[in-house]
Design a protein around this ligand. Structure first.
Ligand code: PMP
Ligand code: GLN
Length: 382
């Protein structure tokens, strides 16, 4: 991101949100919800501030939140984690990812991700001076080929960085793929770091945490975030869960990145994690309906689509609308239809750009009426 003149390029999300703000277009670019989350959670944060929870919390996070995270892992996935030793609260999933990658790699070690990949992965692997290797996820189902995956994991692979459900494609990995990842990690003595921030946002398929599979716990760090589940992306409360030795290793990094974070938001997220099973299912059902509204709008506008089983995002192919270059298409989309979206090229390395050139990511984590308005405007493209 560092330009030759020393200035720093904005991330694709900042760039696209700025484009939405300057043009007044509907922002289906950056993935953040346009509604607040549950009132109980918001009220708990207000209460915590009033009650004076405003100074540095403990380094690993307040115990009540660590307990709520451990209870959540047990309730939804049957995973047993000790809140004293196996849980670290972080400044969003991003800091957990940064701490894991910086703490567990030496310069030159390989970190394997799927491609396309969430933009921070490339940046963080670069900061760690590690080597980034990838396995392609291809249109339209974006599932990895198992032989390619087998070939990509070698004794040089230090971390297999999984993202499931996947940003930007919305793909949800199968149990067979996850089992293969665990098998390969054992074979090559790699650590699995798994980013599951969209864990509660799956549609008609279960979320299977890697750490719940046999043999996985001892070498897996599971990362998640309150942002997506509770519509609190600005609070930046995330966490890492895993065996004590790995959590200690990444805690040593976190203490020098932010030290601690988000004191009054921590008890609020503990409240959120203890909401009922039916509350969590309603979140997924609501988002599934939004996916369907946007999907029918995009289809009617002439795009072909990859229908996602999870996350906030739909990938659409703009070729049939006469656009083979999605970057150019996204630049013109505010003027053509009053909508902002992100080209998939923003999530791939330059040498793989051509495979994703005509693909566009649209976020559907917006109010139904906003998605319907976007759909009506996109219909002008046809
Ligand atoms: N991982 C993925 C796959 C994401 O999509 C995002 C952001 N939306 C993050 C990590 C960052 O999460 P946080 O805002 O909690 O740092
Ligand atoms: N994760 C969100 C997305 O993919 C945005 C996060 C960010 O702006 N860094 O759109």
């Amino acid at each position: 991101l560092l330009r030759p003149d020393g200035s720093i390029a904005a991330t694709i999300f900042a760039e696209m949100s700025a484009l939405a703000a300057s043009t007044g277009a509907i922002n289906l670019g950056q993935g953040f919800p346009d509604e607040d989350g549950p009132e109980e959670v918001l009220a708990a944060a207000r209460r915590a501030i009033t009650d004076g929870v405003n100074q540095y919390p403990p380094g690993r996070g307040i115990l009540d939140l660590r307990e709520a995270i451990a209870e959540h892992q047990q309730r939804f996935y049957g995973i047993t984690a000790n809140p004293e030793t196996d849980v670290l609260v972080t400044a969003g999933a991003t800091e957990a990812l940064a701490s894991a990658i910086l703490g567990l790699t030496e310069p030159g070690d390989e970190v394997l991700t799927f491609e396309p990949f969430y933009d921070a992965y490339g940046g963080l692997i670069g900061l760690a001076d590690a080597r980034h290797t990838t396995v392609q996820l291809r249109w339209p189902d974006f599932q990895p080929d198992h032989d390619e995956l087998r070939r990509a994991v070698t004794d040089r692979t230090r971390i297999i960085l999984v993202n499931n459900p996947h940003n930007p494609t919305g793909a949800v990995l199968t149990r067979e793929t996850l089992e293969l990842i665990v098998e390969l990690a054992h074979q090559h003595d790699a650590i699995i770091v798994t980013d599951e921030v969209y864990e509660h946002l799956t549609f008609g398929v279960p979320h299977i945490p890697v750490a719940s599979l046999p043999g996985a716990w001892d070498r897996t760090i599971t990362i998640s975030s309150a942002g997506k589940t509770f519509n609190t992306t600005g609070w930046k409360i995330g966490w890492a869960v895993g065996p004590a030795a790995l959590i200690t290793a990444i805690t040593t990094v976190k203490q020098f990145l932010t030290y601690v974070n988000g004191a009054p938001f921590q008890p609020a997220i503990a409240t959120g994690l203890r909401l009922s099973d039916s509350w969590f299912s309603a979140v997924a059902a609501d988002l599934e309906q939004k996916r369907d509204v946007l999907a029918s709008g995009l289809r009617a506008a002439g795009f072909s689509l990859s229908i996602p089983n999870g996350s906030y995002f739909i990938v659409a192919d703009a070729t049939e609308l006469g656009f083979e270059d999605a970057t150019e298409f996204c630049r013109r989309l505010p003027e053509l239809a009053g909508v902002v979206a992100v080209p998939l090229g923003a999530f791939v390395a330059e040498d793989h750009l051509s495979e994703y050139a005509s693909l566009v990511r649209f976020a559907f984590c917006k109010k139904v009426e906003v998605l319907e308005r976007a759909a009506a405007q996109l219909a002008r493209l046809g």
